[in-house]
Write a protein that binds this ligand. Structure first.
Ligand SMILES: NC(=O)c1ccc[n+]([C@@H]2O[C@H](COP(=O)([O-])OP(=O)(O)OC[C@H]3O[C@@H](n4cnc5c(N)ncnc54)[C@H](OP(=O)(O)O)[C@@H]3O)[C@@H](O)[C@H]2O)c1
Length: 463
């Protein structure tokens, strides 16, 4: 028997087998354990802002990775900052049932100066992302920044340039991309399962005020009573967000980040970015990198009375690959009139040999279907439930997969994720910027500038 070894790693142990060993069985014990179990790579997170999505993300970070069969990385929340007050940061740590050792800060500047933080999660409104992410990068911190990445493409480019200059990891937090479901669908496309993909139709309409939607997105001030005790449920994307009193007026105060111009409100940057995610991950991401073609953009948007877009459609035209993607988003109507997953799919990926359909909600789908042109007419439905952690009240939202990706990139010294590379985030921002330009939406200078200012009110506070 030769002495060359082959290795494989199971979730907990690394074994070495003689190369000829045909297979491992418990009975034969034909293996020798040569190494201690590999300790998972642990990432220390600093959390910037204490709003709705920060809460959801942190609760995901606190789940045991083993509950999703992940054993090579794990996460620690070591610090939380609030631009409102240190007390708010401290009470956030309690609210998420976070570690007692986590440090609370009353400013974002203190967080980015904490030498014990590996990566900052930026969870402020998108109006703030450029200044806040730059604050962290300038301080030498790796960054995971919530979607929409920025307000303008130029801001996104500057953040990428800064990450390159400082040799730091930087990623847009488009969590849906890291779902096993998304990975599988991209694989199906690349392997030609539905032939050449010529069209993707993606909708993201949401009834933002439905109770179920609130459970997921944690819109501040609009929490349902069972918000913290019920496990997450699929979002209700049914229609009619109008107030009962006035048609066409949504139930957000005009100062709310969903509709305020000062906070880069509007349907496209908040919701439509998911519809575009499906267009991009099925028509752009899968193109060969040498010949990647950015789309030509044709858009229409109606404006809400605050001046943000309320109802927007974007056609992405890829003439070289003969593909077209249509992304639609609205705060006024819904994908599913009755709120059930039985309505028309949220996403249709249409190829020469068949089609893949994804039910709503487009940001957190729990299944997909494959319908083949040839065949017996069967629809193959694949369910993709999101794992939960019994030790954390059966919590599990699906944001942990993007966190795992960050951890692996940091462990492996990667500065960007191949699942959502920098150039793609920039092209998506260019697409949204162009769509909003065509729709006549203009945001204020304070939030569109690409000049970094550590003392910008966007960095110094929400007090
Ligand atoms: N991935 C997802 O599924 C998902 C879901 C929802 C939202 N998001 C994205 O996450 C970001 C935050 O959304 P959110 O729903 O968490 O918002 P939110 O609940 O309003 O929280 C935003 C937080 O940002 C901080 N902030 C700083 N200046 C602010 C200002 N002038 N106005 C309001 N907040 C300010 C506040 O925290 P401090 O006072 O502690 O500083 C606030 O709690 C947005 O970019 C949104 O698109 C992502």
């Amino acid at each position: 028997m030769g002495n060359k070894l082959q290795s494989f790693t199971n979730p907990k142990w690394t074994f070495s087998l003689p190369q000829e060993t045909p297979s491992y069985t418990h009975e034969q014990h034909a293996y020798t354990i040569e190494m201690a179990p590999e300790a998972p790579y642990t990432v220390k997170w600093g959390i910037m802002a204490t709003g709705g999505i920060a809460e959801t993300f942190c609760k995901d970070l606190l789940t045991d990775p083993a509950t999703r069969s992940v054993h090579d990385v794990k996460h620690q929340i070591v610090a939380v900052s609030s631009s409102s007050s240190v007390e708010r940061a401290a009470s956030f740590i309690k609210k998420i049932d976070g570690p007692a050792t986590a440090r609370a800060y009353g400013s974002y500047a203190e967080l980015v100066a904490d030498s014990d933080v590996d990566i900052i999660y930026v969870a402020t409104p998108h109006s703030h992302h450029f200044q806040n992410a730059m604050l962290a990068l300038e301080a030498g911190k790796n960054v995971l920044c919530e979607k929409a990445l920025t307000v303008t493409a130029s801001q996104a480019k500057k953040l990428v340039a800064k990450a390159m200059e400082k040799n730091l990891f930087f990623l847009e937090a488009m969590w849906t991309r890291y779902f096993p479901l998304s990975i599988k669908i991209r694989e199906l496309i690349s392997s030609g399962e539905i032939g050449t993909v010529y069209r993707t139709l993606g909708e993201f309409f949401a009834r933002l005020l439905s109770q179920n939607f609130l459970v997921h997105l944690r819109l501040p001030g609009l929490e349902s009573k069972d918000h913290d005790t019920n496990p997450p449920r699929p979002a209700d994307l049914s229609c009619n967000e109008n107030t009962p009193q006035a048609a066409g007026v949504v139930n957000f105060p005009d100062t709310h980040r969903m509709v305020s111009k000062d906070l880069a409100g509007g349907a496209l940057l908040d919701l439509g970015v998911y519809a575009l995610t499906w267009v991009f991950q099925t028509l752009y991401h899968v193109q060969p990198s040498a010949t990647k073609e950015a789309p030509r953009v044709l858009a229409a948007a109606n404006q809400y009375h605050t001046g943000v877009d309320e109802n927007t459609s974007v056609i992405c035209h890829f003439p070289d690959t003969r593909a077209i993607g249509v992304a639609t988003t609205s705060m006024l109507v819904g994908t599913s009139p009755h709120g059930e997953a039985t309505a028309a799919p949220a996403v249709r990926i249409q190829g020469s040999k068949g089609e893949i359909q994804v039910p709503h909600p487009a940001y957190r789908p729990l299944a997909y279907s494959v319908i083949r042109k040839e065949g017996d007419g069967d629809v193959e439905v694949v369910k993709c439930p999101i794992p939960t952690d019994p030790a954390r009240g059966n919590w599990g939202h699906g944001m942990f997969w993007e966190a795992d990706e960050c951890a692996r990139c940091l462990r492996d010294g990667k500065k960007q994720s191949s699942t959502l590379p920098w150039d793609e985030s920039i092209v998506i921002m260019q697409t949204m910027e162009e769509a909003l330009r065509q729709g006549g939406v203009e945001y204020p200078e304070l939030i569109t500038t690409d000049i970094y200012d550590a003392k910008s009110p966007l960095n110094t506070g929400n007090k």
